[in-house]
Design a protein around this ligand. Structure first.
Ligand code: SAM
Length: 244
């Protein structure tokens, strides 16, 4: 079937490719990807030879037109280097343009580091806010933390190993008292998820420099525990007062 197929790929463990994803990648006319070498390795592992076309959101209109032309006549896949396309990865402009032209778009789900991390951290997962990478510049980072710090949800960021200590320091200062978690090398041999305060984690990673790929999470503000008895009384009184 013609159309645009958004295909999630593994974030480390090649066993995480789904049978459906493998089947689609085998059958498409072309695969749009960030880096032909990275996707080439995955295809080689799957024993698939397919035409690859480099694509990112900065691609020219001509490249996008070319891809959409293919997708209007034949199946076209979009993959990123790892994980789910569009999640801190290219693709949204292509999806948008495909939808505007009435081209069928479908998505084959698979791993995304943000969600995998959230399932490991033991932080509240009923509400979370994924905010991509924290800015690398100190001032911008502090602004983002100030902006998001009051949100009653677990905050999820992608992070790089060289910046981890700077980010932990900024969080310790800007959002004191919060519970954090660092998830590293998910689905890989040295997978780790460590929680604690910003100071705890900073001390640990100062002594054992973090390597590899990282998701940094900040638990929601305030105590998650049951309300104190005095608060319950006040809540009941307030409820009675308004219930007239
Ligand atoms: N689209 C991808 C996804 O759905 O997970 C994310 C792409 S983003 C450009 C790459 C970042 O995702 C890395 O810098 C890291 O923060 C995070 N990441 C990717 N794979 C990871 C892994 N195996 N363990 C921890 N974090 C990972």
């Amino acid at each position: 079937e013609p159309g645009l197929y958004i295909v999630a790929t593994p974030i480390g463990n090649l066993g995480d490719i789904t049978p459906r994803a493998t089947g689609i990648l085998r059958g498409v006319a072309a695969i749009a990807c960030e880096d032909t070498r990275v996707t080439g390795k995955l295809l080689h592992h799957l024993d698939i030879s397919a035409r690859m076309i480099r694509y990112d959101d900065h691609a020219s209109e001509a490249t996008r037109d070319h891809l959409l032309q293919i997708a209007s006549e034949q199946p076209l896949a979009l993959v990123s280097d790892a994980g789910t396309p569009l999640i801190s990865d290219p693709g949204y402009r292509l999806v948008r343009a495909a939808r505007e032209r009435g081209i069928a778009v479908t998505s084959l789900p698979g791993p995304s580091a943000a969600v995998v991390a959230l399932t490991l951290a033991g932080l509240p997962s009923d509400r979370f806010l994924f905010a991509g990478f924290l800015p690398s510049k100190d001032k911008a980072r502090r602004e983002v933390l100030a902006e998001l710090g009051g949100v009653k949800a677990t905050l999820v960021f992608y992070e790089t190993a060289p910046r981890l200590l700077d980010s932990l320091a900024a969080i310790g200062e800007g959002l004191p008292g919060r519970e954090l978690a660092v998830a590293r090398e998910l689905t890989k041999k040295f997978e780790e998820c460590r929680s604690g305060s910003a100071a705890d984690l900073a001390a640990h990673y100062a002594a054992h420099p973090a390597k590899g790929e990282i998701v940094l999470m900040i638990g929601p503000p305030g105590e998650a525990g049951p309300p104190a008895e005095a608060d319950v009384d006040a809540m009941l009184l307030a409820a009675l007062a308004t219930d007239k």
